[in-house]
Ligand binder design. Structure first.
Ligand code: C2E
Ligand code: MG
Ligand code: MG
Ligand code: MG
Length: 272
């Protein structure tokens, strides 16, 4: 009987694996198709100054049109299949033409943050492409910001650090995203040349007791002692906002104020 159970388990995992492969292939094809048919869309989530309530910037978040496959699912698949370079370029190109369109309409545009994958960043054409799109659209460099994660710098790689410095020298702000997950340690911040740090949702979900609040307050204090600004992401309640304000956080992003919006939905926010 034990033997039979073992066999069933084997069949079970085999089926699971086939399903996973099928899903991956399905999503890969969806991505290839979306690149061909322009079937992506960018949503923009506002980020607010915690003191004044003013919108200070937006984060560009990619969607596949007419699909509810989350980027948390399709981005890792795009990264593994190398599609991320083309998709990432699509995002940069489209964010910049959106900014140009807003500028043409006389709208008081705020900086837009773009998420950059490791492979995309390391691609030889990355920097030139950004410069090209900025120049083509005649856009000031401070209107875009790049969000990177610590996976870019699991070891101190001089070449990567140099490239980050080049970007900063161009006048483009760098944001360390998802801080507080993975291996992030405060020591990274002393050698990654970033301007801002985003505290991950998982950190901000932990405001349940005094000890955690004190810990996060210390983290914010250390980040700010390095002259970096702090954004908290994934904020869903006013209670969290209140605590964050008290412990020195600069900016907030989350459903409590706004979900990611279609481009046209940002206009009213930018007018006020
Ligand atoms: P991220 O860069 O950390 O983006 C923040 C995520 O948190 C977004 O998920 C956003 O919609 C979500 N979020 C914001 N406020 C709240 C909240 O109050 N509650 C909850 N539950 N979630 C909130 P989204 O749009 O699903 O994107 C997931 C991840 O996919 C992003 O995480 C980013 O790593 C990646 N991603 C999205 N767009 C792009 C892109 O254009 N390029 C690359 N390379 N990655 C992208
Ligand atoms: Mg991000
Ligand atoms: Mg994040
Ligand atoms: Mg994330």
């Amino acid at each position: 009987e034990a033997k039979e159970n073992g066999k069933n388990t084997y069949v079970y995992f085999d089926t699971k694996m086939q399903e996973a492969v099928k899903e991956k292939t399905y999503i890969e094809n969806k991505l290839i198709d979306a690149l061909k048919t322009n079937n992506f869309q960018i949503l923009y989530q506002p980020i607010y100054d915690i003191k004044t309530g003013e919108v200070v910037s937006f984060e560009a978040l990619l969607r596949i049109k007419d699909s509810n496959i989350s980027p948390a699912k399709f981005i890792p698949i795009a990264e593994k299949s190398n599609l991320i370079v083309d998709i990432g370029n699509w995002v940069i190109e489209n964010v910049l033409s959106q900014i140009r369109e807003w500028l043409n309409r006389g709208i008081n545009v705020k900086p837009v943050s773009i998420n950059i994958s490791v492979k995309q960043f390391l691609d030889g054409t990355f920097l030139d492409l950004i410069k090209e799109y900025l120049d083509e659209n005649n856009i000031y460099r401070d209107l875009i910001q790049l969000e990177i994660t610590e996976s870019l710098l699991l070891e101190k790689n001089e070449h990567t650090i140099q490239k980050l410095k080049t970007i900063k020298d161009l006048g483009i702000k760098l944001i360390l995203d998802d801080f507080g997950t993975g291996y992030s340690s405060l020591s990274y911040l002393t050698y990654i040349p970033v301007d801002r740090v985003k505290l991950d949702k998982s950190l901000n979900d932990r405001f349940v007791n005094k000890y955690n609040i004190e810990t996060i307050k210390n983290i914010i204090g250390l980040i700010k002692s390095l002259d970096l600004t702090v954004t908290a992401e994934g904020i869903e309640t006013m209670e969290q906002v209140e605590i964050l304000r008290q412990i020195g956080c600069d900016y907030v992003q989350g459903y409590v104020f706004s979900k990611p919006l279609i481009a046209e939905g940002c206009i009213d926010l930018l007018k006020n």
